[in-house]
Ligand binder design. Structure first.
Ligand code: NAI
Ligand code: AKG
Length: 327
C-alpha cells in the first residue's frame, strides 16, 4: 500500500517495490500471491542452501537479498530478468544512488519545507530519530547543506550537541550499529529527543512513534516524516491542532521508490545511469512532487498529508477516467 501511494504522489507509472515483484501486487489474487510466495521460497532455498534464514520481504533485506530474489525468479524464466526486483547491488543491475535515495529525498523535502516556512537551512536546527539508511543519509546531506544537526538517535539513545554534530564522523547503523551513543559526549534518552526545541524533527526509525502519548511534547516547529508511518492518526490530529506542520512520509521518503523506478527503467532498457544522473533526476522528481503537493495545500484548507493524498488520488482518478472506466 505504501508503494501505491508513493508511486501515485510521485506520478510514477511503476508498481515495483524493494523485495517485491515489478507488478502492482494489488493486481494479484490471494491464491496467486500465495503461489508466488511458495515458489520464491523454494527457489531461494535452492539458491541459498538449507542453512540460511529466508528474510521476509522488506524487513531486514539488503541489496544482496534482492540479488537472490532476482536469481530465484530468473531460474524460473531461464534468463536473467534484472527488472523483476529493485534495490539490487549496482554490479548486478541495481541503480547507483538507490541506497542513499530515501535519505536524500528526506533532505530535499526538508530543504523545501524550510524555504516554504522562511527558515533558511543555514539557520535551521534539526533532530533526527534513527541513524540508519534513511536517518544518516538525510542527516549528512542536511549537514552538508548548512543545517545544524543537534541530535541524532538510535535504539540505544540520543547523541546531543547544540553546537552541531559532525554527522560524517558518526558511523551509521549499517557501518557500526551502536555508534550513536558510543561516539556521543552527551547522551539523552529517546524520550528527551522528542522534546528538543528545534526547527525540524525527522522521525526516521520506525513506525508509530508520534502518538497520543508523545505528540503533545514534540518540541519541533515542523515534522518531516522519514520513516514509514511514524505518526499515528491521533498523533497527527494533536500536531495539527497544535499547528505543527507534518510533511508526510509518502512524499518525504519517496526517493526510495523513485530510484527503484529509475532502476527498473535502467534494467528494462539495459542501461546504467551515472550517480550524477540519478541524483539530478531524483531532485527533479522530488521538487515536482513537492510543488504539486504545495498547490493542493495552498488551495484547500487541508494538512500536508491530505494534500499529498489529494495529489495521489487525483492522479489515480485521472488514469481511470482516461480509460473511460468512470463516467
Ligand atoms: N531503506 C529504505 O529504502 C526505506 C526505508 N523507509 C523507512 O524508513 C525507516 C528506517 O529505515 P532504514 O533507515 O532503512 O532502517 P535501518 O535499519 O537502516 O535504520 C534504523 C535506525 O533506527 C534505529 N531504531 C530502531 N528502533 C528504534 C527506536 N525504537 N527508537 C529509536 N531508534 C530506533 C536503529 O538503531 C537504526 O539507527 C523505516 O520505517 C523504513 O520502513 C522508507 C523508505 C525507504
Ligand atoms: O524500493 C522500493 O520500491 C521501496 C522502498 C521502500 O522500502 C519504501 O519506500 O518504503
Amino acid at each position: 500500500m505504501w508503494m501505491t501511494w508513493k508511486c501515485a504522489v510521485m506520478g510514477l507509472p511503476f508498481g515495483g517495490a524493494k523485495g517485491g515483484i515489478a507488478v502492482d501486487p494489488t493486481d494479484l489474487s490471494t491464491a496467486e500471491k500465495e503461489r508466488l510466495t511458495r515458489r520464491f521460497t523454494q527457489e531461494l532455498r535452492d539458491v541459498l542452501g538449507p542453512n540460511h534464514d529466508i528474510p521476509a520481504p522488506d524487513m531486514g533485506t539488503d541489496p544482496q537479498t534482492m540479488a537472490w530474489l532476482m536469481d530465484a525468479y530468473s531460474m524460473q524464466e531461464g534468463e536473467t530478468v534484472p527488472g523483476v526486483v529493485t534495490g539490487k547491488p549496482p554490479i548486478v543491475g541495481g541503480s547507483k544512488g538507490r541506497t542513499e535515495a530515501p535519505g536524500r529525498s528526506v533532505a530535499i523535502i526538508t530543504r523545501a519545507a524550510c524555504d516554504y516556512y522562511d527558515r533558511p537551512l543555514s539557520e535551521a536546527t534539526i533532530a533526527i530519530q534513527g541513524y540508519g539508511s534513511v536517518g544518516a543519509n538525510a542527516a549528512r546531506l542536511l549537514d552538508e547543506w548548512g543545517a545544524t544537526i543537534v541530535a541524532v538517535s538510535d535504539v540505544n539513545g540520543t547523541m546531543y550537541d547544540p553546537a552541531g554534530i559532525n554527522t560524517h564522523a558518526v558511523p551509521s547503523y549499517d557501518e557500526e550499529p551502536n555508534a550513536v551513543t558510543e561516539y556521543a559526549d552527551t547522551v539523552l534518552s529517546n524520550d528527551e529527543l522528542f522534546e528538543l526545541d528545534v526547527d525540524i524533527f525527522i522521525p526516521a526509525a520506525v513506525g508509530n512513534v508520534i502518538t497520543e502519548a508523545t505528540a503533545d511534547g514534540i518540541g519541533a516547529d515542523i515534522v518531516v516524516e522519514g520513516a514509514n508511518g511514524p505518526t499515528t492518526s491521533t498523533g497527527d490530529t494533536i500536531l495539527n491542532e497544535r499547528g505543527v506542520p507534518v510533511i508526510p512520509d509518502i512524499l518525504a521518503n519517496a526517493g526510495g521508490v523513485t530510484v527503484s523506478y529509475f532502476e527498473w527503467l535502467q534494467d528494462i532498457n539495459r542501461r546504467s545511469w551515472t550517480l550524477e544522473t540519478v541524483r539530478e533526476e531524483l531532485e527533479t522528481e522530488m521538487v515536482d512532487a513537492w510543488n504539486a503537493v504545495c498547490v493542493e495545500y495552498e488551495s484547500r484548507d487541508v494538512s500536508w498529508r491530505d494534500a499529498a493524498y489529494i495529489v495521489a488520488l487525483s492522479r489515480i482518478a485521472d488514469a481511470h477516467e482516461s480509460r473511460g472506466l468512470w463516467p
